[in-house]
Ligand binder design. Structure first.
Ligand SMILES: Cc1ncc(COP(=O)(O)O)c(C=O)c1O
Length: 235
């Protein structure tokens, strides 16, 4: 997504622009610097990175329309969405390793995406979605506004639900679970898990087909991760 274009468009229509930057993390992408008004993060994911707390962040630009900060403060106070001292301490400790973790996350993900791309037909993969791949439609934009391309990869395997299920069951280093952004690699099936509530027709219109698998690439040994995926994808 071209953040600068969205920021210009939203200013020209007096709208407030909001970017969910969870997948990228502030280490890989900083939407406020591209003119976005509000950036939200699920800090449960990369910011914490160890899958052991729930937290969220809303960062508001100094150029955001007047009143936005007060409105959000009011909501936070009224709803009571305030982090506990212990969660704050865990999160602050995690933030100290954010750059190191992110470098490893996206290096691993880039290597895995390239491996899957090079072995696509042998492994029965119909498509790979990762902005770091040169043929990804958003590659040039991502290259200009990101540092690294994050560590979320989706693939569509041939054979639909049956094959996707077999791949998920065969993985061992990639844990079969939702969530993302932790140091451990996860694999999940969006159409029956995170996005199951969306009606099938709509899911298919937006590419959430039964063969779609989502990987959250962690910081384990890249070679071990590739071996795990290769054996899971082999017929
Ligand atoms: C992109 C994105 N934003 C926000 C959220 C919400 O996160 P939380 O569960 O920490 O509220 C999620 C959760 O999966 C997510 O993937």
């Amino acid at each position: 997504v071209d953040l600068e274009k969205i920021a210009v468009l939203s200013k020209s229509t007096n709208a407030i622009s909001v970017c969910d930057n969870t997948f990228a993390s502030p280490y890989c992408q900083r939407p406020l610097e591209h003119g976005i008004d509000i950036v939200v993060h699920s800090a449960t994911k990369f910011l914490n990175g160890h899958s052991d707390l729930l937290a969220g962040v809303a960062a508001i630009s100094g150029y955001a329309p007047e009143g936005v900060v007060d409105q959000l403060r009011f909501l936070q106070n009224a709803l009571g969405s305030v982090l506990s001292p212990n969660d704050c301490a865990i999160l602050l400790r995690s933030l100290k390793t954010l750059p190191v973790r992110m470098e490893r996350h996206f290096h691993n993900a880039e290597c895995i995406a390239n491996f899957l791309f090079e072995n696509q037909s042998r492994l029965g993969i119909e498509s790979i979605n990762y902005p770091g791949l040169k043929d990804h439609p958003g590659h040039e934009i991502a290259k200009s506004q990101m540092h690294g391309y994050g560590s979320i990869i989706t693939i569509v395997v041939d054979g639909g639900l049956k094959r996707a299920d077999a791949v998920l069951q065969r993985c061992s280093l990639f844990h079969f679970a939702v969530s993302l952004g932790g140091v451990e690699s996860l694999i999940q099936h969006p159409s029956s898990m995170t996005h199951a509530a969306i009606p099938r027709k709509r899911r298919e219109e937006i590419g959430l087909v039964d063969g779609l698998i989502r990987l959250s690439v962690g910081i384990e040994s890249m070679d071990d991760l590739i071996v795990d995926l290769e054996q899971a994808l082999q017929y």
